[in-house]
Design a protein around this ligand. Structure first.
Ligand code: PFF
Length: 469
C-alpha cells in the first residue's frame, strides 16, 4: 500500500509511481491527445455552432480563442502533468508542496476528476444515441423520412429508457475493458486504430460531399462572414467551445502529459494536437453542410442538426444509407476515444493512491459512471424534471444538471486553476525548464497569456455561465 487516504505521497511512493508506464513515443501521445480532443464537440457541436452563429465570422473568433486561451492552457496542462508524472490529484499536491505552495491545490485535481465523472455519463448516453442511429441508418429505417418523422423518431428514442440503457451499458463496458489494460496495451492500442479511422471516415465523407454543387453553397455560407451574427452570446460560445474541444480543465491532458516521454517537445506536440483538432472540426463542417444543403435543409437548427436534420438529408440522397452509417460511425469513434481520456484521470488516481490495481480501478470508475448514466438515460422520461439556471428553463433533468455543472462551471474553474497554478504558484524557471526552449520570446508570450489574459477570459466565461453578466 503506497499511501492510505489518497492524499499523502511519500518519497518512496512517488519514486515507485514515477517508474510507471509512458507512451511509446511522441507520436503516440499526439494520437492519444487527438483522440481525447476530437470528439462529439467537433463532429456535432462545432458544425451547429457555425450554422447558428454566422459561418466564417464565428470561425475567426473561435480561432482567436484557440490561440489566446486554448493553446497556452494546453501547454500548461501537459507541462504540469509531465513535471509531476502523477495523476491530477497527487500531481497538483506534489508540485505545490515541492514549491512551497498550499497542499490544498489537490482540490483542483479532484475537481477535474469530478468534472470527468459528470461529463462521461452524458458522453455515454449521446454515444448511445449515435449507436442507435448507426443501426437505424444502416438498416434503412430512415430512408425517405420527413422532418416531422425524424423529430418523432428522435423523441421516441430519448424517451425509451430500455434501449438507451442497453447502449449506455455497452459503451461503458467497452471503455472499462480498454482502461483496464493500461496505457500502452489499452489506450495506445485503441487510439492507433480509432484516430486514423476517424481521419479516413472524415476524408471519405468529404470526398462524397464535394462531388455535388452543394459544396459551393456550403462554402458560400461559411465564407460569407456575417459578423452581426457573432453576438456576445456567439463570442462566449466560441470561447467555451475552444475549452470543450481541447478537453481542457479536467485533468485529461494532464494525465496524458504525465505519460509523455521526457525528451518530447511539449510545444510541438500540443501545437500539433490543436492544429489537428481544428482541422477535424472544419472538415466536419465541410462534410456536414453540403449534405444538409443538398437536401434543401437549413444548417441553423442548433443541436438538432445531427440527430434530426442530417437523417432527413441522408434519407433523401442516393447512397444515404452508406453515407449515414459512415457518419454515425465517425461520431462513435470520436466519442469512444474521448471517453477513454475521460476515464483515465480517475483510474490513475485510484491506482496511484495504492487503493486498487488497474483492473479494479477501471471497474470501479466504470461502475460509478454507469450508475450516473442511468439517471441521464431516464432524464427525458420517468425522471425528467424542470429547473431554472441563469434565467433559462431547463427540462432535461440530470442530463442538463450534469451538462451545466461540467461544461459551464467545473470546466472553466479547472482552466482557471491550471492558469493560476502554472502562471503564479509554480516558478517561471520551473515552467521554462519543463516546456523547454529557454525563456525566449515564445516563452514570454505564453507566460504573459497564462498569467494575465487566460485568467481574465475564464472568469468572464464563468460569470456569463452563472448569469452574472
Ligand atoms: N474534447 C471533447 C469533444 O470535443 O467532444 C470533449 C472532452 C473530452 C472534454 C475529454 C473533456 C475531456 F476531458
Amino acid at each position: 500500500m503506497l499511501l492510505r487516504c489518497g492524499w499523502e505521497l511519500t518519497v518512496e511512493a512517488k519514486a515507485d509511481i514515477s517508474a510507471r508506464e509512458q507512451w511509446s513515443s511522441r507520436t503516440a501521445f499526439v494520437l492519444a491527445a487527438v483522440g481525447a480532443t476530437v470528439g462529439i464537440g467537433n463532429i456535432w457541436r462545432f458544425p451547429y455552432l457555425v450554422g447558428e452563429y454566422g459561418g466564417a465570422a464565428f470561425i475567426l473568433v473561435y480561432l482567436g480563442c484557440l490561440a489566446v486561451f486554448g493553446l497556452p492552457l494546453m501547454i500548461a496542462e501537459v507541462a504540469i502533468g509531465r513535471r509531476s508524472r502523477l495523476n491530477p490529484v497527487h500531481g497538483f499536491r506534489y508540485l505545490a508542496t515541492e514549491t512551497s505552495g498550499s497542499p490544498a491545490w489537490l482540490l483542483a485535481g479532484l475537481m477535474g476528476i469530478v468534472a470527468t465523472l459528470c461529463i462521461l455519463p452524458l458522453y455515454s448516453v449521446v454515444a448511445g444515441w449515435t449507436m442507435a442511429y448507426l443501426v437505424r441508418t444502416a438498416s434503412g429505417i430512415l430512408v425517405g423520412v420527413t422532418g416531422d418523422g425524424a423529430r418523432s423518431i428522435f423523441n421516441a428514442l430519448i424517451s425509451d429508457p430500455e434501449k438507451l440503457f442497453g447502449w449506455h451499458t455497452l459503451f461503458i463496458v467497452s471503455l472499462t475493458l480498454v482502461a483496464a489494460r493500461g496505457v500502452r496495451q489499452g489506450l495506445e492500442r485503441a487510439v492507433r486504430v480509432l484516430v486514423p479511422g476517424l481521419f479516413l471516415i472524415l476524408l471519405s465523407l468529404l470526398a462524397y460531399s464535394w462531388g455535388g454543387d452543394a459544396l459551393q453553397r456550403a462554402l458560400d455560407f461559411m465564407l460569407a462572414a456575417d459578423f452581426e451574427a457573432v453576438t456576445m452570446a456567439g463570442m462566449l460560445a466560441a470561447m467555451s467551445q475552444a475549452f470543450f474541444t481541447l478537453s481542457l480543465g479536467m485533468g485529461a491532458l494532464m494525465i496524458y502529459g504525465s505519460y509523455l516521454p521526457g525528451d518530447a517537445s511539449i510545444i510541438r506536440s500540443t501545437a500539433s494536437v490543436v492544429l489537428i483538432d481544428t482541422l477535424m472540426a472544419i472538415m466536419a463542417v465541410l462534410a456536414v453542410f453540403p449534405i444538409v444543403f443538398s437536401s434543401g435543409l437549413s444548417v441553423a437548427e442548433g443541436p438538432g442538426l445531427v440527430f434530426q436534420t442530417l437523417p432527413v438529408a441522408f434519407g433523401r440522397m442516393g447512397g444515404g444509407m452508406i453515407l449515414g452509417s459512415a457518419f454515425f460511425l465517425l461520431l462513435l469513434f470520436a466519442a469512444w476515444s474521448s471517453g477513454l481520456s475521460l476515464m483515465e484521470p480517475a483510474v490513475a488516481w485510484l491506482v496511484e493512491s495504492g487503493v486498487l490495481g488497474r483492473g479494479w480501478a477501471a471497474v470501479v470508475v466504470g461502475l460509478i459512471v454507469w450508475l450516473l448514466g442511468i439517471g441521464v438515460v431516464m432524464s427525458f422520461s420517468a425522471w425528467s424534471f424542470e429547473f431554472t439556471f441563469a434565467d433559462e428553463v431547463r427540462t432535461g433533468g440530470l442530463f442538463d444538471v450534469l451538462d451545466i455543472l461540467s461544461a459551464s462551471i467545473l470546466l472553466p474553474l479547472g482552466g482557471l486553476a491550471v492558469a493560476l497554478f502554472a502562471g503564479r504558484t509554480l516558478s517561471r524557471k520551473l515552467m521554462a525548464e519543463e516546456i523547454g526552449g529557454g525563456e525566449g520570446l515564445g516563452f514570454w508570450v505564453w507566460y504573459g497569456l497564462i498569467k494575465y489574459v487566460v485568467p481574465v477570459g475564464v472568469v468572464v466565461i464563468l460569470l456569463r455561465a452563472v448569469g452574472g453578466i
